[in-house]
Design a protein around this ligand. Structure first.
Ligand code: HEC
Ligand code: HEC
Length: 274
């Protein structure tokens, strides 16, 4: 599911960096192409169109509210989809059906956008707050974010905070509670390439690490955690490597489980419609 948000991230970082530096030096190589199967039909309109299609084609088994029905054995689609963990996985279920079950493929002439609109609709159910019970307290989470958690050192919400991580103002729309929890407990699991860093060892042995801004055959530019920009000619450094792990620490040691739940509840409440 995260793949979908790549463009949002890029746009965000772009704004952030341009603001921070006041320079138009961003001419970065495209990284998005590594994921080929992104849902490009994921707007509010697509969700509505997908919902109408769902009522016609799917509700007789899965129910009008998509919560499943006992008569048909079709499962609840508003929680976790057990047979798929990505958008593309859900796409494949709808496109190919589930062999040996009543879940048949959509008609072969169904256009791709239509299938993706169904995926968008199903996702919208899954992260609909009305379908989710959270144990944490959003208010407690909000204060942890700026106090004990120090999350605001790196993340912006509503225009305040740091720029070393993605803006989280609408993160509740992009990630579901499980994903939010993984982001805090196991940040290396899903790192968007935009947040990979470069570690550069200079000839004198000193090391610079930062987000990759630009790279071509001969040169490299990175921005370090103090927002200082570094430029290197590749033939003038000793070595460089790409670091694909997150610069965000895991919080399993520093926050209690209850505190993590509070932060999940707070972040999940961050969405456009409230
Ligand atoms: C004839 C009844 C029927 C219809 C119509 C139907 N489904 Fe299903 N669907 C099922 C059944 C039964 C399963 C469970 C199969 C299994 O895993 O054993 C299922 C499973 C699924 C799953 C996987 C759920 C999970 O948790 O892994 C998805 C996603 C899904 N259906 C989406 C759709 C969509 C979208 C449509 C409409 C295009 C649709 N279904 C139409 C019966 C149906
Ligand atoms: C040292 C800087 C830093 C700190 C401190 C930090 N983060 Fe992060 N965070 C990042 C970076 C960089 C990423 C992007 C890479 C990744 O996915 O891990 C990220 C990603 C995330 C994401 C996923 C965002 C998305 O759009 O996928 C969430 C949620 C998040 N952080 C929440 C938190 C919370 C809550 C705290 C405080 C408990 C926190 N972060 C503290 C740097 C930080």
């Amino acid at each position: 599911m995260r793949q979908t948000y790549l463009f949002y991230w890029k746009a965000n970082l772009l704004t952030g960096i341009l603001l921070a530096l006041g320079l138009g030096l961003l001419n970065q190589p495209a990284v998005a192409q590594e994921h080929e199967e992104i849902n490009l039909y994921n707007t509010a309109v697509d969700v509505r169109v997908g919902g109408r299609y769902f009522q016609r084609q799917c509700s007789r088994c899965h129910g009008a509210d998509a919560k499943g029905t006992d008569e048909t054995g079709a499962p609840d689609l508003t929680g976790t989809i057990s047979r798929a963990s990505t958008d593309f996985g859900i796409y494949n279920i709808i496109r190919k059906g589930i062999q040996g079950t009543a879940m048949l493929p959509v008609p072969a002439d169904t256009p791709d956008p239509k299938v993706w609109q169904l995926v968008a609709y199903i996702n919208s159910l899954r992260i609909n707050p009305a379908n989710i019970d959270l144990t944490g307290s959003p208010d407690a989470g909000q204060s942890l974010f700026t106090s004990k958690g120090s999350c605001s050192d790196c993340h912006m919400i509503g225009g305040t905070g740091g720029r070393r991580g993605p803006d989280l103002s609408l993160v509740g729309q992009r990630l579901d509670p499980d994903e939010l929890k993984i982001a805090m407990t196991n940040p290396d699991e899903l790192v968007d390439p935009r947040w990979w860093t470069m570690r550069i060892t200079q000839k004198n042995g000193s090391v610079v690490e930062g987000l990759r801004m630009e790279e071509d055959t001969f040169s490299l530019r990175v921005i370090d955690e103090n927002a200082d920009l570094w430029s290197f000619r590749k033939n003038e450094i000793q070595s460089y490597e790409r670091v694909e792990t997150s610069t965000m620490p895991s919080y399993t040691q520093t926050l209690t489980e209850g505190e993590i739940d509070d932060l999940v509840a707070y972040l999940f409440s961050l969405r456009k419609d409230n």
